[in-house]
Design a binder for this molecule. Structure first.
Ligand SMILES: NC(=O)c1ccc[n+]([C@@H]2O[C@H](COP(=O)([O-])OP(=O)(O)OC[C@H]3O[C@@H](n4cnc5c(N)ncnc54)[C@H](O)[C@@H]3O)[C@@H](O)[C@H]2O)c1
Length: 285
């Protein structure tokens, strides 16, 4: 099956915009949904501004930028996904929201369309079983920022067909990304490792063992990571990090995935990181 048109459900969020942008840049027709027309239009103008910055920096031509943005449409009605070959769900990291989205997508999308989720930790099999096409449901786990990050984890629930997985490998490679495919397991590879690492860093901070700056500097200079774990949590979104920790703990019950109180309190206070201008660091300046 050839993918030509891609739907993005949850288009106005960080990941939704990034995925829509990368697909459009690679020549796919894209339709993104939001809960209002205004928010969908705003998402397109945010993508437009990101592409304009790439033109300014000489990374793409004005012509390619115009062509990419012309391939993206916004809608407030997910019935407009009816002719998509692939829909990628990028809504909030809550199983109930995702299951509802998959049930709805299954009733709207044409037979044969692949339904994918960008979930970070949730079980794909639960989303697959919310549809009448479990063999067509798969995880496509992109990383933030989508345009820069080269990896996509393809998550294969026990219900998915090899044909669906193969189509998705080709699709992801056509975006210029590298694929790592693995079974449906909590946190997959990257988040299983990264969440444990970030929670440990928050515990060091919470216990007064080191300052946030020293923790991040130590990891950057001692391990040669481009970002420290607290900077990374602020970039990903502390709410998403907490959801991931809770999601992994829920299944594995390993104490190292119990989120520190500090992280839970920061999320309760709305200190979500870069997206709210306050997290471990202050982004107002
Ligand atoms: N932020 C990251 O670094 C990252 C990386 C990989 C995967 N993910 C995953 O991608 C998904 C989205 O994360 P994000 O960081 O883009 O979040 P976000 O909060 O920036 O965006 C979430 C989007 O979902 C929409 N939404 C919320 N509730 C909804 C509902 N009930 N129905 C439909 N849409 C709804 C919001 O309007 C918004 O557009 C999550 O599953 C997350 O785990 C995030």
């Amino acid at each position: 099956m050839e993918i030509k048109k891609v739907g993005v459900l949850g288009f106005t969020g960080t990941m939704g915009r990034g995925i829509a942008q990368v697909c459009a840049q690679s020549g796919y027709e894209v339709i993104g949904s939001s809960r209002s027309e205004e928010r969908a239009a705003k998402a397109i103008s945010t993508i437009d501004a990101a592409l304009a910055r790439s033109v300014e920096r000489g990374r793409m031509s004005q012509e390619d930028k115009d062509a990419a943005i012309a391939r993206i449409k916004g809608t407030a009605d997910i019935k407009d996904f009816n002719d998509c070959d692939l829909v990628i769900e990028v809504a909030a990291e809550e199983l109930d929201i995702k299951i509802k989205a998959f049930t709805e997508l299954d009733s709207i999308c044409k037979a044969g369309a692949i339904l994918a989720s960008n979930t970070s930790v949730l079980p794909l099999v639960d989303m697959a079983m919310a549809t009448k096409r479990p063999e067509k449901v798969i995880g496509l786990h992109f990383f933030n920022p989508v345009s820069a990050m080269k990896l996509v984890e393809i998550i294969k629930p026990i219900t998915v067909s090899e044909e669906t997985a193969e189509t998705c490998v080709k699709f992801i490679e056509s975006l210029g990304k590298t694929v790592v495919a693995l079974p449906d397991t909590p946190g997959f590879i990257v988040n299983r490792l990264a969440v444990g690492f970030m929670l440990n860093a928050v515990t060091l901070l919470e216990n007064g063992i080191a300052t946030k700056e020293d923790i991040d500097t130590a990891v950057k200079l001692g391990l040669n990571h481009p970002m420290g774990p607290l900077e990374l949590a602020d970039l990903i979104g502390n709410d998403i990090v907490l959801d991931m920790a809770d999601g992994i703990y829920e299944t594995l019950k390993e104490p190292r995935y119990i989120a520190p109180n500090l992280l839970r309190r920061m999320v309760a206070a709305g200190w979500l990181g870069q997206k709210t201008k306050k997290g471990f660091y202050d982004y107002n300046k």
